[in-house]
Design a protein around this ligand. Structure first.
Ligand code: GH3
Ligand code: MG
Ligand code: MG
Ligand code: MG
Ligand code: MG
Length: 311
């Protein structure tokens, strides 16, 4: 049996050498009214492989960010019309940009201003004059921390499938796409059968290994563009773009058979699952409605004796 990924292994996999950018394609936007400084920063950052974009007029800020969100933002404090502190407030108040790393660059030594910078949600503050290696190290560290946090927020550690948080964002995006392109979207809830008994009879560790296997097989079986997520506990969800209820149920029944034939090493028992299937837009136009419809079908599947897929 494959083991779940440990936090140590994840950290080892993402560790990097400081003299080589981990994310050379990272996009950095610098907002500063000082053209000379913008040029100097560009010539410092570009050789490291960063895609640098500069903006001297803070008024154009929202338009620029709305067009393309960078991986990191460098802000000046004092600029005509709009201060960096005000810009940071706008960013932190907008769900599109809330998680964007923001680094301030300023000559200020005033403790009150430095406090204010962090109070509005800055991630870092670098004092001018700029020390090249320090700025580079701070940028690389920030990008790396962001990447690790994103990984934990988006990938379920035990099963390698998407987290509930990530799947909600992706499902809502696919629902919008289905609406625009007039396509169906099949939404499925899967729940392992009598899983409490598995834990009670064989122990929690065996339960964990089965969950891990189940998630991995599920992910392998469906298309790479399909949504496969662990909703919580021993419950998973699927989002199959362009598929009707019937097409989704047919595909899942194939998986039910394959999963049922799995012979686990050291394991003499079978763990089955039940599933409920719903479809956009037949069962509703919102994720909430699709979830309710699929959950009702899942309840029926359990009532009828489990180990089955119901529409
Ligand atoms: P049913 O067929 O009606 O779904 O029965 P069930 O026992 O699967 O349902 P119930 O909701 O009563 O229990 C779910 C169990 O799944 C309870 C919990 O111990 C177990 N479980 C949830 N998350 C995990 C996990 O991460 N690891 C392990 N080993 N067990 C888990
Ligand atoms: Mg300035
Ligand atoms: Mg269950
Ligand atoms: Mg359950
Ligand atoms: Mg339920």
């Amino acid at each position: 049996l494959e083991k779940p990924i440990s936090p140590e292994e994840i950290l080892k996999a993402v560790s990097y050498e400081l003299n080589r950018p981990q994310k050379p394609e990272a996009k950095i936007l610098i907002v500063d009214d000082d053209y000379q400084l913008l040029a100097a920063l560009s010539s410092l950052l570009v050789p490291w492989g960063f895609q640098v974009k500069t903006l001297a007029d803070p008024q154009e800020f929202e338009e620029t960010l709305g067009f393309s969100v960078p991986d990191l933002l460098i802000l000046d404090i004092e600029m005509p019309g709009f201060s960096g502190i005000e810009l940071c407030q706008v960013i932190r108040g907008d769900p599109r940009w809330r998680e964007l790393p923001v680094l301030f660059l300023s000559a200020h030594h005033n403790p009150e201003i430095i406090h204010q910078v962090f109070a509005v949600g800055a991630d870092d503050y670098v004092q001018k004059p700029i020390i090249g290696p320090e700025l580079i190290a701070r940028i690389l560290n920030r990008l790396e921390r962001t990447r690790i946090l994103k990984r934990f927020a988006e990938i379920d550690e035990l099963t390698g499938t998407a987290t509930r948080h990530k799947s909600i964002l992706d499902l809502e995006r696919l629902i919008r796409l289905a609406q625009r392109q007039n396509q169906p979207l099949c939404f499925i809830i899967l729940d392992l059968d009598h899983f409490k008994q598995v834990n009670d009879l064989h122990g929690h560790e065996v339960g964990d290994r089965i969950l891990c296997q189940f998630g991995r097989h599920l992910k392998q079986f469906f298309r790479s563009e399909d949504i496969v997520a662990r909703w919580g506990g021993e419950e998973f969800v699927l989002g199959l773009y362009g598929m009707t209820r019937e097409q989704g149920a047919k595909r899942l029944n194939e998986f039910l058979n394959i999963w049922g034939q799995q012979k686990f090493i050291h394991q003499t028992f079978q763990v089955t699952f039940s599933a409920g299937v719903a479809e956009y837009s037949q069962d509703g136009a919102k994720l909430q409605a699709l979830y309710s419809a699929a959950d009702a079908a899942l309840y029926q599947a359990k009532e009828m004796g489990r180990n089955r897929v119901l529409i």
